[in-house]
Design a protein. Structure first.
Length: 138
């Protein structure tokens, strides 16, 4: 990231507010910007989800946008198991996310398609709703 540019992250799973790993409990503390959505498919991998972007069957996957500092991005990279090469469980993507009519250039952690193969599709695209027990899959 070029020096002086603000970094944003879109979180859609356990890092969301009230999620198992709420990003607001991490340091340095992120700044909540607002709710957003991306087009993709959300999968139940284990106790956490994975998002794949795009596809003909894509739905709006809901999440939250936060302003973050480089130290928090490095922590998130470790948390998501980012590795160089094709065997990483997640890949870092840059995507514009709309929040209240303004586009934010966000970091999105996209699941490696190999890790979601055979996993349950969460058809409504909301991990918090799914994990709260109101988990209608379609």
């Amino acid at each position: 990231m070029p020096e002086g540019l603000q970094r944003y992250v879109f979180v859609y799973g356990t890092l969301r507010r009230s999620g198992r790993n709420d990003i607001n409990r991490l340091e340095p503390t992120p700044q909540f910007i607002g709710m957003g959505a991306v087009r993709g498919r959300l999968y139940h991998i284990d106790w956490y989800p994975g998002l794949t972007l795009g596809s003909d069957e894509a739905v709006d996957v809901v999440g939250e946008v936060y302003a973050i500092e480089p130290a928090l991005e490095a922590l998130l990279d470790g948390y998501e198991g980012i590795e160089s090469g094709p065997d990483s469980e997640y890949f870092k993507r840059d995507l514009e996310i709309d929040v209240d009519g303004r586009a934010y250039p966000c970091l999105v952690y996209e699941a490696n398609p190999a890790f979601v193969r055979g996993k349950t599709l969460i058809g409504h695209g909301d991990w918090i709703l799914f994990s709260s027990g109101a988990n209608s899959i379609s």
